[in-house]
Design a protein around this ligand. Sequence first.
Ligand SMILES: *Cc1c(COP(=O)(O)O)cnc(C)c1O
Length: 428
Amino acid sequence: MLYQRSSQLFVEAEQVIPGGVNSPVRAFKAVGGTPIFAKSAKGAYVFDEDGNRFIDYINSWGPMILGHAFPPVVEAVIEKAKLGTSFGMPTEMETQIAALAIKMVPGIDKIRFVNSGTEACMSAIRLARGFTKKDKIIKFAGCYHGHSDSFLIQAGSGAVTFGSPNSPGVTVGTAKDTLLAKYNDFESVKVLVEANKNEIAAIIIEPVAGNMGCIPPNKGFLEALRQICTDNAILLIFDEVMTGFRLAKGGVQELLNVTADIVTFGKVIGGGLPVGAFAARAEIMNYLAPLGPVYQAGTLSGNPLAMAAGLAMLKALNEDEAVFQRLSEKTIYLENGIQKALSSNGIAFTINRIGSMISVHFDAAPVVDFQSAAKGDNETFKKFFHGLLNEGIYIAPSAYETWFITDALTYDDLDFTIRAIEKVAKTL
Ligand SMILES: *Cc1c(COP(=O)(O)O)cnc(C)c1O
């Protein structure tokens, strides 16, 4: 495949945008080469500026769960745009999407919309601190909760790929209020809670981790977190920015039947427009301004175009009883194909999968936390990535990323992908 125009566009972009990209995970730094510039996308495919077609396994890092340019979303946005693109006043649609989200997700009475997953998580911990009147939070190594200061401590994919687990610019004062535990290791949480009695406001976690590859929680791990939070007046925050409206209508809370105190959303909830949200029971949400003392605001929050896209997306997911089952089946089919292709070539690997999230790690040992995820062979991943790209398969340019499966994928697309992996496996 030729990437002439993408390469040229990248040179131009580098002159005026740091690294040529507006989010570091889009760069090809970890895999070498230059990023591909997208021109358009439809269904399961993305087309680049050179006219190449790729089967897309990133799907805008999650939002396009029903495929690119999903007609109900596109139409909703076009119709809304004609009526004005922002008012800075409440609109009826904000109530409609809020009510639908509350109906779909267990345990939440009220929800507030923001513009990104980062904002949602940042606001969620402020709310947790205000509500509990405590300062510290516990996060897990390898979990990503957006790029706000408190979370840039061993923060998974992007931050790890670029070798800056603790970003300069995060003050020591901020970092000291973020305590670090090990994913799937309840003992590491217990030790922190005991050493910081009455100081911890919240434990924030990706209830299924997706930013160090896909790592499901061990049996009983989330339940143990729920219990220790309840026992110590700590709020449990599920960051469902990736998993929300993807693994089930009600996200991991529904899938694994564990209830959090605050839940954050992003990605799918915006249908491909910039939307995040955080939600909780009324007692907690009423702590927010203008009702309560915790301040949080946004000029473009609840933006009509973004709400139109999100509402069309949630409606489609809510009305399709079989969608999550179908997504799982497609992902299992892909998993089996990858498994066969890689094992018949004697490659050391582990595949993790839950629902429509899947990741391939080039190490034979189980991948259960950040440490084990970091053992993957990056040289093999690079060859795998470029090999697939050359076959017209686009996966994330980092070994720490989950593949996002879209319902727009047909079994022909999956077979095409598996054949490409069989071919590439012979070269690893
Ligand atoms: C993507 C992501 C975020 C950040 O969302 P943005 O919209 O990129 O700010 C937060 N948490 C998780 C789990 C994510 O996957």
